[in-house]
Write a protein that binds this ligand. Structure first.
Ligand code: C2G
Length: 447
């Protein structure tokens, strides 16, 4: 029996896929089709896949050509599969010409003619509404947002709001947008959704006004500086069936998401301690060091470190205490001890004190170590007493990393999904609550 294998995403399955599968089947007696997993597609830069892996498997099955369907989940799996299933022929479309010649060592490689004039990308673009996004604020993060938005399909940044007309106009010209505005009402009328990247203290107001105007909101961190404000805004969004998402980059990055699922699946046993550190030195004058602008390292770095603690340990915080080194009314270093019923945790943050920025999750069987900068999570290690069991995990973190949260934001809008498992609304509220505790000087000691 001659066995053939082929691989693909098969998103929005179309005639090109069907022709390919038919031709592949004709090369032998038994066809194995490898369908990429959702996480493998994300990892290889395919961010905009519309159907999930189960839907894609069903679509391939429905063609009737596959004798067996397997899931492709990692780089290098093709070699493993060819040997494991005793495959005679590897077939793939001619758009991959030459790319899989290395498999000739294991079986015959055949490049089949690709069907011209049709592709999943075309179908996605043809069927998807393009959402118009407005950016509020023109600072560093807003400048990173626009280029990142271009790799996500279904969205176009069209306008910008900044009370300073020169800043707004310069931003518009740099990124080729349609309009720049100083007036909120004029701005909001031009968009379907907003990305809020303005100074911290303006987030609440801009979120509320945007939601009241019927627009979806992606809001930079710190989302808001009190649990009550966060709760009120999520309720407002839900009552209007609008998406409101905290732009917690790390929560959306593939490496961190996998880290959470590995820990939850018990590979290091019960989690007993989490230590998250983040320090980035800043030079005055800057808003990070300005008391009037809610500067300080808890407002700067609290959102990501607290997100890690809450994702890994939950929201049942028993007690907490912060120790801070202050400068001109702003914490330039803070160490926070946060205890849960069955675990301890700490955050170590600096904007005027330099320290290691790693993440350590300790458990009853082993620990997980993410070196600085852990918040970009492209690499981590799982370590055990028996070092031969240690494992290293590598991930891609493409571009500036904002694409992952933007993709989730759009996917939530398109699918009418008001909550993201990557950062639940209640988790986002818990982060805001903890930042508010700190800002209200609850259990804070100056050192
Ligand atoms: N295809 C085709 N004609 C088209 C579109 C796609 O023949 N108009 C073929 C591709 O060449 C591929 C298969 O259909 O052999 C699946 O295509 P995709 O779903 O785009 O998957 P792809 O990204 O090519 O994944 O490990 C995954 C593989 O490397 C290929």
């Amino acid at each position: 029996m001659r066995k053939v294998i082929t691989y693909g995403t098969y998103d929005m399955l179309h005639q090109g896929h069907i022709n390919l599968l038919r031709r592949a089947k004709e090369l032998g007696d038994y066809l194995i089709v490898g369908v990429t997993s959702d996480s493998f597609d994300r990892e290889r830069g395919k961010l905009n896949v519309r159907n999930n892996v189960l839907e894609r498997v069903e679509a391939v099955k429905a063609t009737g050509y596959a004798d067996q369907i397997i899931i492709e989940d990692y780089v290098g799996q093709k070699i493993d599969d060819i040997q494991k299933y005793d495959v005679d022929v590897f077939a793939i479309g001619s758009d991959w010409e030459g790319k899989f010649d290395y498999l000739n060592e294991y079986c015959k490689v055949v490049y089949l003619p690709r069907t011209e004039g049709i592709s999943s990308t075309m179908l996605r673009e043809g069927s998807q509404e393009v959402y118009r996004i407005g950016v509020i604020g023109t600072g560093r993060i807003a400048r990173r947002f626009v280029p990142e938005s271009k790799v996500v399909s279904g969205i176009e940044v069209v306008s910008v709001l900044n009370p300073d007309s020169r800043e707004a106009e310069a931003f518009k010209n740099t990124f080729g947008l349609n309009g720049s505005y100083q007036d909120f009402d004029a701005f909001i009328a031009t968009v379907d959704a907003v990305y809020i990247a303005s100074p911290h203290l303006t987030h609440y107001d801009y979120c509320k006004r945007s939601l009241l105007a019927g627009k979806h909101v992606l809001c930079e961190i710190p989302f808001v500086l009190s649990g009550d404000e966060a709760r009120e805004l999520y309720e407002l969004a839900a009552s209007r069936k609008l998406v409101l998402l905290e732009a917690s980059k790390t929560a959306h990055c593939p490496g961190f998401m996998h880290l959470v699922t590995l820990v939850k699946s018990g590979i290091i046993g019960d989690v007993v301690d989490v230590k998250a550190s983040l320090s980035k030195m800043v030079d005055p004058p800057t808003r990070e060091l300005n008391k009037e602008e809610a500067g300080g390292c808890v407002t700067e770095h609290g959102p990501l470190t607290l997100m890690a603690l809450i994702k890994l340990l939950g929201r049942d915080i028993q007690d907490f205490h912060f120790h801070s080194r202050m400068q001109d009314g702003v914490d330039i270093f803070t160490n926070g001890i946060i205890n849960f019923p069955h675990a301890t945790s700490s955050i170590t943050l600096g904007i005027g004190v330099k320290t290691e920025g790693n993440l350590i999750v300790s458990g009853t069987k082993g620990y997980l170590y993410v070196p600085a900068p852990w918040w970009l999570t492209d690499y981590f290690e799982v370590r055990y007493e028996d070092q031969t069991k240690n494992k290293k995990y590598f991930y891609s973190y493409d571009g500036d990393g904002l694409r992952y949260e933007i993709q989730e934001f759009i996917s939530m809008i398109v699918n009418n999904r008001l909550s993201s498992y990557r950062l639940r609304r209640r988790e986002s509220i818990a982060i805001a609550e903890m930042i508010a505790n700190y800002r209200n000087h609850i259990n804070v000691t100056e050192i």
